[in-house]
Design a protein around this ligand. Sequence first.
Ligand code: ZN
Length: 98
Amino acid sequence: MIRLLFSLVKLFCKIILITLTVVAVLALIAGLTFAVHKIEYSMNEDAWNNGICDCGGKFRFVNASSVKGAGTSYTYYFYSCNDCGNVIKMDFAMRGLN
Ligand SMILES: [Zn+2]
């Protein structure tokens, strides 16, 4: 009877451990995804520079293109400076586009 109880406790501990591991891994993946997204976004923000090009001109939306592969689809947004023609590629549709 004690043996049975002991193995039940062991099983219970195993289940809890596995659950904790799964939760930890999921949290880590979610955290990493969030961090990567945040870094990508801030890099985009830097290039975007509030829609002002290095030359002082304004970026205008020119084109968007979708990349499909492995069950995911990714959209890039292209903006061009209306003064010097500088083209930037964004991972996000930026605010205040015209
Ligand atoms: Zn420019």
